[in-house]
Design a protein around this ligand. Sequence first.
Ligand code: BTN
Length: 262
Amino acid sequence: MEGNHLDSRCLDGITCRRIGKVVNFHGEVSSTNKVAREMAEGGCIDGMVIVAESQSSGRGRLDRSWVSPAGGLYLSVVLRPDVPVGKTLPLPLIFSLSVSKVISVSALVESSVKWPNDVLISGKKVCGILVESSVKGEELEYIIVGIGINVNNDLSDLDEETRTRSTTLKQEKGETIDTRELLRDLLYLLDLHYDRFLEGGTLSMLDEWSERSSTIGKKVRVVGVRGELEGKALGVDQNGSLMLNTGSRISAVSEGDCYHLD
Ligand code: BTN
């Protein structure tokens, strides 16, 4: 989109500690997560970012595809935190918090976070996050955090089922969004939140996540690889697992698709 071309000038005016210090801009790639993995395998630095204007084979959670036409924002971040693998579990929630906050501040649209790591506007999905890790033995090698935001893209490009539960920032705001500004503000906040995470600030960010959550307090069904569970969402624990009151017990659920039932 003319005027919304993503290049290094998007970074003018921000200083990043890690995320955003080095950013590779692309036109179309297959998947920014795939490119990020190649960079990670090649030994790139902590915080390296890959941005693309469209993806030909964008990937979503649970082996789904992520339709990625021009007008959306697609980026992946390579992280190499020097922490035990278990400590990184809340990162997807932390980054969905970053996206939700940036949408409020830059696009002036209210959004909520949905467990585990979606961002919704008026109950419809505007952003999805795909986290992939590489672990050797007990050691974390790297994490790739892929973020896809529906910004100015056309919902008619999405398949019918996805379209009915998705929205775009443009649609919600009623005007074209400056994707360059959105990217700059997002990198700034991702970097800030990653720094807070490394400094031991996970719990306070999970509190902020909970305040913005549209899942907590709702009756939900979580469908995961180990089956499904229904109950009232009470909150998240220090790992980002969802605490469910099933009526007979309190269970912590660490993965799955979450459906809001009320
Ligand atoms: C989801 O299923 O909700 C997660 C979608 C994640 C999409 C993003 S777009 C940038 C990055 N590259 C990919 O191929 N996927 C992620």
